[in-house]
Design a protein around this ligand. Structure first.
Ligand code: NAD
Length: 369
């Protein structure tokens, strides 16, 4: 049997720097645990534009469609700011998400004990925090028609966006969230505004339908999204998995992410429908961008990208044990006091480089054997 395939797209700015550290981790799993991948690397974003005049070549798109999982670094940078919108680096990323139909965006908010003081909330509110927000990514108000800015009848203008969800769009993201809940603590909270929006009423009814007909073993609750925002900062540990629409998910996932401190720590996954081999279409990427202000200085924190690979192990390759091993190695390195510059905080201290952080994580993996 051939190895599972992984397409790596390092992208721009710090993307290649953090991805180089992920490559070390991938090599370690192959050598030490026999967990091998057929890895191919290609260009995306500004790097692809420089080489091909497009932020995503058709051949790369075809490779992404065929891969068991895609791992992306970051795209963009000031060099490309003046480009036409149609060839901007971000278009490469959007094309991948759209053509792979990655409708479920998973954003974990996990607080590493060693970094609990980085959160803007009190230590006891965030210590041990481990929740997952599932955001619908391909529909809702960001895509609904009609949309636009039009003249109104009083000589002014009117701006219109349309919130629109179909039964199937809601059911498929709900299923993804229920599946996740089953792999975690079996609890799902669905958030919408059913009190003021018809699309919210449909959302609530369809999530309930999926629960009653397919996932009645999972504990389901419903919450209005505004209350959800409040509860996330009041007592986030009450949640396990949260599922919500594109707009509310955009806001709530950023809010939850900040519970944990630094942008350099945040992984994400975007999942689509199952492929013929049963694995979901999937792309994994750190939440952060290309960080042009620190590019090429060895200051980038590779942990967000490394934890994105851990998500790939868990959600694409069913290697939950390997994922936990990697997450524990990260935890141990942080507990030992290793910090890239973004993790130093007001007390200061000595920062280690991107490469040193990657090496420390690989050493912690080796020590766990
Ligand atoms: P950014 O996430 O690149 O950086 C924001 C701040 O966080 C910067 O000060 C940066 O140095 C710091 N930072 C980010 N990642 C870090 C890491 N791993 N380690 C240490 N520090 C880190 O956001 P930005 O500055 O608004 O955008 C820069 C470029 O990235 C823009 O071109 C933007 O369009 C693009 N971008 C891309 C993505 C993506 O590829 N998914 C996401 C966001 C922004």
């Amino acid at each position: 049997m051939s190895n599972p395939s992984l397409l790596i797209l390092p992208g721009d700015g710090i993307g290649p720097e953090v991805m180089a550290e992920v490559r070390k981790v991938i090599t370690w799993f192959g050598d030490a645990r026999g967990l091998k991948f057929d890895v191919e690397e290609d260009l995306v974003g500004g790097a692809a534009y420089d080489a091909h005049g497009t932020p995503l070549h058709d051949d790369t798109m075809a490779k992404a469609q065929a891969a068991d999982a895609v791992l992306l670094g970051a795209v963009g940078g000031p060099k490309y700011d003046a480009l036409d919108f149609s060839v901007k680096p971000e278009r490469g990323l959007l094309r991948l998400r759209k053509e792979m139909d990655l409708f479920a965006n998973l954003r974990p908010a996990q607080c590493f004990d060693a970094l609990a003081d980085f959160s803007s909330l009190k230590r006891d509110v965030v210590t041990g925090l481990d929740i997952m927000i599932v955001r619908e990514l391909t529909s809702g108000v960001y895509f609904g028609e009609p949309r636009g800015i039009f003249p109104d009848n009083e000589g002014g203008r009117v701006g219109i966006n349309t919130q629109r969800y179909t039964t199937e769009e809601i059911r498929r993201v709900a299923r993804a969230a229920f599946e996740l809940a089953r792999k975690r603590n079996n609890k799902l909270c669905s958030m919408e505004k059913a009190n003021v929006m018809e699309s919210g009423i449909l959302w609530r009814e369809e999530v309930q339908w999926v629960h009653d007909n397919e996932y009645s073993d999972v504990e389901l609750s419903h919450m209005y999204a505004d209350n959800g925002a409040m509860q996330l900062v009041r007592w986030p540990k009450q949640f396990d998995v949260i599922v919500t629409d594109n707009l509310f998910g955009d806001v709530l996932s950023d809010c939850a992410a900040m519970l944990t401190g630094s942008l350099g720590m945040l992984p994400s996954a975007s999942l689509g429908a199952p492929m013929a081999n049963g694995r979901p279409k999937a792309m994994y990427e750190p939440v952060h961008g290309s960080a042009p202000d620190i590019t090429g200085q060895g200051k980038a924190n590779p942990i967000a990208c490394i934890l994105s690979f851990a998500m790939a192990l868990r959600y694409s390759f069913d290697e939950g044990e390997a994922a936990t091993l990697l997450e524990t190695a990260v935890q141990k390195v942080l507990a030992g006091g290793a910090r890239t510059a973004d993790l130093l905080g007001p007390q200061g201290g000595t920062a280690i480089s991107t490469t040193e952080m990657g090496d420390a994580i690989v050493a912690a993996l080796a020590a766990s054997q």
